[in-house]
Design a protein around this ligand. Structure first.
Ligand SMILES: [Zn+2]
Length: 314
């Protein structure tokens, strides 16, 4: 039996999964304090992995390897974190390979989280059967990964295809956390949303005023009940997302786009909006790029981490 452990380091939750012969058989979550760094989380991670192996009657030598999915730029040859953006900022100082070797005497393979989720959807989800995929995660930030002719696009410095959330969509826009101006992420993501809503001229008359938390869940709810501010802000988001996705289509030539992230709960509203705009504006004389919704929004990275380990060892 092939046993791998997947670790998915998100901004608020760390997921740990045991994949046995390609099936996710056990999973745990621990709260992440991503702002306080990665090193401080390692003891908890070790405890959880040891406990997971033990409760599945596995010993160290049963473990083929660890797949490590990280929300930042990752050198997937050296299996090290290269650069972070306000999450686990001490990551580049940590020798993850040595950490896995010392604890479990097994190899560790690290990769950017959007790429790992893409591998998971490609092997186990909605992406099965396609060889040219762009995956976009709409969430706190905007992540992206690209598969071309069945291979992950990585590039000289491991950033190719990862920074679509930082495509400039408004050259007169606001400053982004990455240092650029008017990024897709700086124009729409969760961290920008409260500001977008409050700065709308009609905010004083909007039903959104009653909300304590101005998030996408609230935005979709108020737009559905006809609030003008919510409708206009949402329309702005659709417009930014479709602009970004059209640029990805022009850059990477995918057959399909897979969308993921928490806001896909509103997929029945989002998909038709984006599909219409993209079909109308993208230059694809061969046909229309299909917009698909990820199948394993919660666990794609755990499946992808398993594939990462197995494909690197082959
Ligand atoms: Zn940016």
């Amino acid at each position: 039996m092939t046993n791998t452990i997947g670790i998915d380091l998100g901004g608020t939750v760390i997921k740990i999964g045991l994949v046995q012969d390609g099936v996710l058989t056990d999973r745990r979550e621990m709260a992440a304090q991503s702002a306080s760094g990665l090193k401080s989380q390692l003891p908890d991670l070790e405890r959880n992995i040891h406990a997971m192996l033990k409760s599945n009657q596995l010993v160290q030598k049963d473990l083929l390897g660890i797949g490590f999915s990280f929300a930042g730029l990752v050198d997937s040859r050296a299996n090290r974190i290269i650069s972070t953006n306000q999450k686990y900022d001490d990551g580049p100082d940590i020798d993850l390979v040595a950490w896995a070797k010392n604890n479990w005497d097994c190899p560790l393979f690290a990769e950017n989280d959007a790429r790992v989720a893409l591998l998971g959807e490609w092997q186990h989800g909605i992406g099965r059967g396609w060889e040219n995929i762009v995956m976009v995660t709409l969430g706190t930030g905007i992540g992206s990964g690209v598969l071309i002719e069945g291979r992950l696009l990585r590039g000289k410095h491991f950033q190719a295809g990862n920074l679509s959330g930082h495509f400039t969509v408004n050259h007169r826009g606001g400053k982004c956390t990455c240092g650029n101006i008017g990024c897709m992420e700086a124009e729409t993501s969760t961290w920008k949303l409260p500001d977008l809503i409050r700065s709308h001229l009609g905010f004083g008359t909007s039903t959104l005023q009653k909300e304590n938390t101005l998030d996408f869940e609230a935005l979709f709810r108020h737009a559905a009940s006809g609030d003008l501010v919510a409708t206009e802000v949402l329309d702005h988001c659709f417009s930014v997302w479709s602009a970004g996705i059209i640029t990805m289509i022009h850059a990477f030539d995918p057959e399909v786009i897979i969308l993921s992230g928490g806001i896909m709960k509103s997929a029945p509203v989002i998909i038709p909006q984006l599909q219409t705009r993209i079909s109308e504006y993208a230059w694809t004389p061969w046909g229309k790029v299909q917009i698909l919704v990820a199948q394993n929004i919660n666990d794609a990275a755990l499946y992808g981490a398993d594939y990462l380990v197995r494909s690197q060892l082959n």
